[in-house]
Ligand binder design. Structure first.
Ligand SMILES: [Zn+2]
Ligand SMILES: [Zn+2]
Length: 338
């Protein structure tokens, strides 16, 4: 005998193998599952509705039945267009088992290395160039047993399977699929290196940052749009904010934050900040491009300690005051940053 609960069962079967799906597709599947149950027994008390509340209730019921399995049918908003996406997420999985069906151990090791370079990228750019991504084959402590051309094909495959995004400029960044399905791994591995949206508290890899020194406000584009409609100032420091993300006056998070030379050397985790600062100061190309990433982990580790403690006099002179910061050129052309 068919029951209303069979809609859930059918729906779970439909979404489990699908990876990331749009909210529209998820709703279509839901509707089809209801129709299938109704076709078997039209007296079953279940009906499709366009009411968002009924949809939310259905998702909630799905998640209650998944709870014991440590799975969640989780949604995020696409960082680029704000559209809602869903995926089945294993909440406990802090390894990359999701990739194991498509990739072997060496390939997963390479994927991890590229993800690390994306997350540790200087200046909150959360992206790597193709060159920097290919460098990972031989750059790490353990050599990855892949040729550069194999790695190139593999990168294409990560993009084709929606694990990475490749921009028009050829830079790789984290995809919505990775941000959904690999979030437990990313959060547990890079706790101090990822940043959170001030509004929705989800991870941000593309969006905006307040330009005031030491201000921690970061937002997705869609969160900024919603927030800015009601509030003229930064939620953290009350600095006046522009109306649009395209106006001058905010710093980018993501690819737009990249500056010349940021891919010049690879980032590693775990090296003491003071040491890496000294290294950077020894290299002339880096003295003017102090990374926000370094500041980010410093901020995480030395909470309350002022940026000026770690800053060179030079950068202090350049952007040390808010008045001067107001006059800075648009983010893309700037060569100094908070
Ligand atoms: Zn957000
Ligand atoms: Zn602020």
């Amino acid at each position: 005998m068919v029951q209303a609960g069979d809609v859930r069962k059918l729906f779970l079967q439909a979404v489990f193998s699908r990876g990331v799906l749009s909210e529209n597709l998820a709703k279509v599947l839901w509707k089809k599952c209801i129709e299938a149950v109704k076709a078997a027994d039209e007296d079953v008390e279940v009906s499709y509705s366009n009411d968002p509340e009924i949809w939310d209730e259905f998702i909630e019921s799905i998640n209650i039945s998944l709870n014991d399995l440590d799975f969640e049918f989780k949604s995020i908003q696409d960082e680029l267009d704000g559209k809602k996406l869903f995926a089945m997420v294993n909440r406990k999985d802090d390894e990359l088992a999701q990739l194991a069906t498509d990739y072997n151990g060496v390939e997963i090791t390479y994927f991890k290395a590229v993800v690390e370079q994306i997350i540790l990228a200087r200046n909150e750019s959360f992206s790597v160039s193709s060159l920097a991504a290919l460098r990972e084959v031989s750059a790490g402590k353990e050599k990855i047993n892949l040729t550069k051309s194999q790695a190139e094909i593999l990168l294409g495959s990560f993009v084709a399977n929606s694990w990475l995004l490749r921009s028009k400029r050829g830079r790789y960044s984290l995809s919505p699929r990775s941000l959904l399905e690999l979030l437990p791994y990313i959060k547990s591995t890079y706790t101090d290196d990822i940043i959170e949206c001030t509004i929705c508290h989800e991870i941000v890899t593309k969006g905006i940052a307040c330009k005031r020194d030491n201000c921690k406000a970061r937002m997705h584009y869609h969160c900024f749009e919603t927030y800015r409609r009601r509030h003229p100032t930064c939620p953290a420091c009350s600095l006046n904010w522009p109306q649009n993300v395209t106006d001058n006056g905010l710093l980018p998070v993501g690819e737009l934050a990249i500056r010349d030379g940021d891919d010049g050397s690879r980032q590693t985790r775990g090296s003491p900040d003071s040491d890496s600062d000294e290294e950077m100061e020894d290299e002339p190309s880096h003295t003017q491009t102090k990374s926000r990433q370094t500041q980010r982990s410093q901020a995480a580790k030395k909470t309350g300690k002022s940026r000026t403690v770690d800053s060179e006099e030079e950068s202090e002179d350049k952007d040390g005051t808010d008045e001067k910061a107001e006059d800075l050129p648009p983010p893309k052309q700037r060569n100094t940053r908070r």
